[in-house]
Design a protein around this ligand. Structure first.
Ligand SMILES: Nc1ncnc2c1ncn2[C@@H]1O[C@H](COP(=O)(O)OP(=O)(O)OP(=O)(O)O)[C@@H](O)[C@H]1O
Length: 295
């Protein structure tokens, strides 16, 4: 399966440069999270990838060539504006959408049955969309993006409005699709979820990519911290070289490394003074890395 790539993607609305020279890569075989504050340009970028919106400059590639309408027709897209017909029955609507994506009537019907079961909506097939809760309408929307066996998935906030069980079920399905070699890009404001699910991450701020890579790579660029817990008071760590003391409270301290290796000297000094109860590397949460790169 190919990768999705954008080069110099740019789009302006009036005075607002919504997307400003975005270069990104969504690799097959993994989940890529797309994060950024309100108005950062995520939806506009996804719309340009899907060809719904024309870029002012830049290009979108599928593998090593420009992406075509035929490529996009085989993608699964969940737009920000959820476009279901409220009065139509769930299964009828999905079957119709499946046919719009190129499936035969019979294939669409059987995919609808299979996916409604997968999303625990098997008993709602004959109901009108408007009779479903918002979370269940969201599941129907997701099924519409997944049911035709897409070659790539572009999902705008697929997890919003889902309860924790539905989030887990949805995450399993997306991981499954990614593992089969499909590139998956999804936007989300739920950083804890992105941290838990994603292989890679693209962070957008004011229309620009401010960080991109695996969660581990982004973390490696962040501060290196250690937690030290001792029986005795840790007031003395403030005098140690090569570290910055973030926080110290009695026998507990959070230290940030300035000079590589300085933590070993701190540990030795601590052992010399009495029992060390804990000495551990502290990995900063994604939310902190996010705050740093978007500041
Ligand atoms: N059709 C449009 N007309 C005018 N301005 C637009 C249009 N679409 C987007 N914008 C502007 O472009 C900028 C980026 O918006 P976009 O919806 O892409 O951000 P986003 O990252 O998806 O935000 P959110 O997380 O709030 O959904 C915003 O300033 C927005 O107001």
């Amino acid at each position: 399966m190919a990768q999705i790539e954008t080069r110099g993607l740019t789009r302006t609305f009036g005075d607002v440069r919504a997307v400003d020279g975005v270069d990104l890569v969504v690799r097959p075989g993994g989940l890529t999270g797309f994060v950024g504050g309100n108005g950062a340009g995520k939806t506009t970028t996804m719309r340009m990838v899907m060809g719904v919106l024309r870029p002012d400059a830049g290009e979108v590639l599928w593998g090593d060539r420009p992406m075509t309408a035929a490529d996009r027709q085989r993608f699964g897209y969940m737009p920000e504006e959820r476009g279901l017909y409220p009065k139509q029955k769930v299964a009828d609507q999905l079957a119709y959408l499946g046919q719009l994506s190129g499936m035969s009537s019979a294939a669409a019907k059987s995919a609808v049955t299979e996916h409604l079961e997968l999303f625990s909506l098997g008993d709602r097939a004959g109901e009108r969309v408007e009779a479903l809760s918002l979370g269940n309408q969201q599941r129907v929307q997701i099924i519409a993006a997944l049911m035709h066996g897409p070659t790539a998935l572009i999902l705008d906030e697929p997890f919003s409005g889902l309860d924790p069980a539905a989030v887990d079920a949805m995450a399993d399905i997306l991981r499954d699709r990614a593992a089969s070699g499909v590139p998956v890009l999804f936007s989300s404001h739920q950083l804890d979820l992105v941290e838990r699910l994603c292989d890679s991450l693209i962070v957008l701020a004011r229309g620009r990519v401010v960080a991109q890579g695996t969660v581990e790579t982004l973390r490696a660029g962040g501060p290196t911290r250690y937690r030290l817990v001792t029986e005795g008071d840790l007031g003395w760590v403030r005098d140690q070289r090569g570290i910055h003391v973030h926080d110290v409270d009695g026998g507990r301290a959070l230290l940030e490394l300035i000079d590589p290796g300085a933590e070993q000297a701190v540990l030795r000094a601590a052992v010399d003074r009495g029992p060390v109860l804990e000495f551990a590397r502290v990995v900063p949460p994604l939310s902190e890395i996010y705050r740093e790169v978007t500041a």
